[in-house]
Ligand binder design. Sequence first.
Ligand SMILES: Cc1cc2nc3c(=O)[nH]c(=O)nc-3n(C[C@H](O)[C@H](O)[C@H](O)COP(=O)(O)OP(=O)(O)OC[C@H]3O[C@@H](n4cnc5c(N)ncnc54)[C@H](O)[C@@H]3O)c2cc1C
Length: 384
Amino acid sequence: MNAPLPKRASVVIIGGGVQGLSCAFNLAELGQRNILVLDVGYWQGGASGRNGTLIRPGFASVAWTELFKLTVAEWGTWSKRLGENIMFTQRGYSVVAEKEKSAAMLEEGLRVQRSLGVNSRMLTRAEINDLLPAINKSRVHAVQHQPDGGVAPHHAVMKGLLAFCKRNGVDVRYRTKVTGLERTGDRISAVMVGDHRIDADCVLACAGPNNPDIAALAGVELNGFGMRIEAMALEPTRPLIKPAIALIDSLAYFHQTSRGEIMGGTEVPERPRMSLKADVPVMASMAKIYLEMFPQLGEVRILRHWAGQLHASSDFAPLMGEHPELQDFWFSAGWSYGFAGAPAAGKLLAQAIKTGQIDHRLKPFALNRFETTGPIIEAGIVMA
Ligand SMILES: Cc1cc2nc3c(=O)[nH]c(=O)nc-3n(C[C@H](O)[C@H](O)[C@H](O)COP(=O)(O)OP(=O)(O)OC[C@H]3O[C@@H](n4cnc5c(N)ncnc54)[C@H](O)[C@@H]3O)c2cc1C
């Protein structure tokens, strides 16, 4: 039996996915006490338990690359800090361009990455043969390779985060829905779970596709919309793909797990947006993309196929920071690369909430950027 919910908390985090738990972990490390995490679903029930687990440091814009360079550095510290092996492996991350225009974008992105100290290069044909021996070379225009990228299985990451939180006094409640938010003047003051009121000094929403609904509970708006993407795992086969890879033109990404399964997904924008049903047209289109790029995959069958939901912002970049209209109401939202980005988001948001200092890497992702600095232009993401 769970203990009754508390009547007050210093920080209430809405959502116990990788974003919410990363923020809780980082806050606890900074000495924050009295943290409460509330999640309507089950542990790993959101996108954090359904994703491709790919991690990369480099993109095409300064804002994304600075954030993800930090995140990769943080990933390298998590096993030690969490006291659990989260199995982060830096097998590299390759971005494949099938078109000349995309190849030019990768070259441009390379310049940005190098100027920020990210280890990255364009692969020669010999290197492509070595790293991606089974790829259909007739389709490959150019490959950008980021040796420090890789993967971390989400089950290991989520287990490490939850275990740390429990050991360090963070109160984490699944199957507990936030149904209301109270405000006093221009600040948020309490969280409602049904009839139960929890006074809060600060509320941080990490509710995935439900983030706009959480904002609405407090009477404010949040940019963005919910969307569904799908993934699948193929039967184990011999080693065919060494790094994690993204096909920037086909909007697909995948890697080969240590068990030999090919695992990853594609974005298929015309399908229904808010559903957890995996559908056959998406599976067929994914299989087609895999086969065209790796013809040998025709030998293996599809093992599993599933869907997950995201909160996407208008420019597909994360929305991180305090709400401009409501004090002490924070968001880590708008995440399409929110598994990879969780260590950096947790670190920077915990620091901002605890000390009031907004790191320069957080500033470009402010919630009101569409009215101030404008959208972030990032051509290196695998989103339509
Ligand atoms: C198929 C697929 C593949 C992906 N591949 C990658 C990848 O390779 N690399 C990468 O970086 N990212 C990937 N992503 C994206 C990544 O999974 C997400 O960006 C990330 O998991 C978001 O984490 P989160 O904690 O914000 O959301 P979630 O894990 O969705 O957690 C949100 C939580 O909020 C809870 N919640 C919602 N409403 C309420 C409420 N009213 N009260 C209480 N709790 C509430 C939900 O129950 C849920 O547990 C992928 C996603 C999918 C679906």
